[in-house]
Design a protein around this ligand. Structure first.
Ligand code: PLP
Length: 391
C-alpha cells in the first residue's frame, strides 16, 4: 500500500532534492541572526525584508488586539468571523493602495489559489507568467479556465497571444482574459513591467492580477508595492513577508469583491484570520507607510552587495531585496550552502522543483536590519565559497 511514498522519497534523495525542516528561532537581541542548534548564523534567507519581526509597536498591537477583539475569529467570515479588527485592517489597506475594496485570507497561498479558482469559469482564458508561484499555478489549473503560460516577462509573446485571441471569431475562443504576474519574482528577484502589463490588459479588455508578495512594503513611496506604479485590477499580497505578521489580502473593485465573498471557496469555508493578528497587521502597515528609511536601507545595502561582488559570482540583475546567485546543480548548491554555514552564514539552497533544472541557487535576501559589515562579510564568504566549489 502506498509504496510510491518510499520510492519517491528515495528518488528525491538520489537527486539531492530531499527537503527537511530546520528548527530555528530569530535571535531577539540580534534580529539579523538566526539561531539553529544553539549556534547563531547571519541570516540571508529571511523574507522579513523590512526587519519588522519583533517590532515593539506591532507586538503591542497584537496584545491590544487580543485584549479587545480576541485571539480567534470564532468562525468563517460569513458566519461570525468578520470582526471590527478585520474591517479596520481592510480600510487601512484600501486607503493605502487606493482601492475600493479588500478582503482577507489566511495565507497568500489560499488567496491566490482561491481567487483564481473562483475566477476561472470555462469561457475564461488565463495567461500566467512562466515563473508564477505554485499557488497561482494550482489555482489556475484547478479552475475551469483555459491556461497558457507565457515565457518569463516576455510581453511580446503575451501580446501576440492576446492579439490572436481578440482577432479570432471562433466561438470556442475564450472571452474573459486574465493576465497573471508577480510584481517582484520570488526566486529571481527581478520585476514585471507592471505599467506595460496594465496597458496590455486595458487594450485587450483583459484584467490584470498581480501577486505583490515580494514587493509590498519594499517598493513604492509608502511601500504600496509594484502596484503603486499604475492601476492594477486585482492585487494580492501576503502579510507574512515585509509586513511581518501572517495572512494575506486581495484588493479589487466592488463587483469582484462581492463575487469573491459569494464564490471564493477558500474565503467562505475557512475560519477568518485571528482578529489580534489583523490588529497587529494594521499597526505594521501604518509603520511601513511612515518609515521610508527601511526601504532606502535595502536599496543602499543591495547596491553595496552588487558593487563588492566579483565577476566570479553569477548574480541575477535585481532592484529588489532578492538577489539570486545561480550555482547550477542541486549537489553543488547544497555544498555551497554548507560551506557558508561553516562561515556562520545562513543561506538556504533553492532547488527544483522550486526553480528549473540546473538553475539551483542561493537566494540572498537583503533586509533593513542588515548593516554594511554584514554585507561585506557575506561577499567575502561567497567569494571563498565559490572559489572552493571551483577547485
Ligand atoms: C510570490 C508568492 N506568492 C504567494 C506566496 C504565498 O504566501 P503565504 O506564505 O502567505 O502563503 C508566496 C510565498 O510564501 C510567494 O512567494
Amino acid at each position: 500500500m502506498f509504496d510510491f511514498l518510499t520510492q519517491r522519497l528515495k528518488t528525491q534523495k538520489e537527486l539531492h532534492r530531499f527537503r527537511q525542516r530546520t528548527l530555528s528561532t530569530t535571535n531577539v537581541e540580534r534580529p539579523n541572526y538566526i539561531d539553529v542548534d544553539g549556534k547563531s548564523y547571519l541570516n540571508f534567507s529571511s523574507n522579513d525584508y523590512l526587519g519588522l519581526n519583533n517590532h515593539i509597536k506591532i507586538k503591542q498591537a497584537l496584545q491590544e488586539g487580543a485584549n479587545k477583539y480576541g485571539l480567534c475569529s470564532t468562525g468563517s467570515s460569513l458566519i461570525t468571523g468578520y470582526n471590527y479588527a478585520h474591517q479596520a485592517l481592510e480600510a487601512t489597506i484600501c486607503n493605502w493602495l487606493n482601492k475600493p475594496k479588500c478582503l482577507l485570507f489566511n495565507s497568500g497561498f489560499a488567496a491566490n489559489s482561491g481567487v483564481l479558482h473562483a475566477l476561472g469559469d470555462k469561457h475564461c482564458q488565463f495567461y500566467l507568467d512562466k515563473l508564477s508561484h505554485a499557488s497561482l499555478i494550482d489555482g489556475a489549473f484547478g479552475s475551469n479556465a483555459k491556461v497558457k503560460r507565457f515565457l518569463h516577462n516576455d510581453l511580446a509573446q503575451l501580446t501576440q497571444w492576446l492579439n490572436k485571441s481578440s482577432n479570432t471569431t471562433d466561438n470556442q475562443t475564450a472571452q474573459d482574459s486574465l493576465i497573471v504576474s508577480e510584481g517582484v519574482f520570488s526566486m529571481d528577484g527581478d520585476q514585471a513591467d507592471v505599467k506595460q502589463l496594465a496597458q496590455l490588459a486595458k487594450q485587450n479588455n483583459a484584467l490584470l492580477y498581480l501577486d505583490d508578495a515580494h514587493s509590498i512594503g519594499v517598493l513604492g513611496e509608502k511601500g504600496q508595492g509594484s502596484c503603486a506604479q499604475t492601476n492594477v485590477d486585482i492585487v494580492m499580497a501576503t502579510f507574512g513577508k515585509a509586513i511581518a505578521t501572517s495572512g494575506a489580502f486581495v484588493a479589487c473593485d466592488e463587483t469582484l469583491f462581492e463575487y469573491l465573498v459569494n464564490f471564493a471557496r477558500h474565503y467562505i469555508y475557512s475560519t477568518a484570520i485571528s482578529p489580534a493578528m489583523a490588529w497587529a497587521t494594521k499597526a505594521s502597515i501604518e509603520l511601513i507607510q511612515q518609515e521610508q528609511w527601511r526601504r532606502e536601507k535595502i536599496i543602499e545595502l543591495s547596491q553595496l552587495f552588487i558593487k563588492k561582488l566579483s565577476n566570479s559570482v553569477e548574480v541575477l540583475p535585481s532592484d529588489s531585496s532578492i538577489h539570486a546567485i545561480i550555482i547550477g546543480s542541486e549537489e553543488k548548491t547544497l555544498q555551497a550552502s554548507q560551506l557558508l554555514k561553516k562561515q556562520g552564514i545562513w543561506l538556504t539552497a533553492i532547488r527544483p522543483p522550486t526553480v528549473a533544472h540546473n538553475k539551483s541557487r542561493l537566494r540572498v535576501t537583503i533586509c533593513a536590519n542588515h548593516n554594511a559589515k554584514d554585507i561585506i562579510y557575506l561577499v567575502d564568504s561567497l567569494h571563498k565559497t565559490i572559489e572552493t566549489l571551483n577547485d
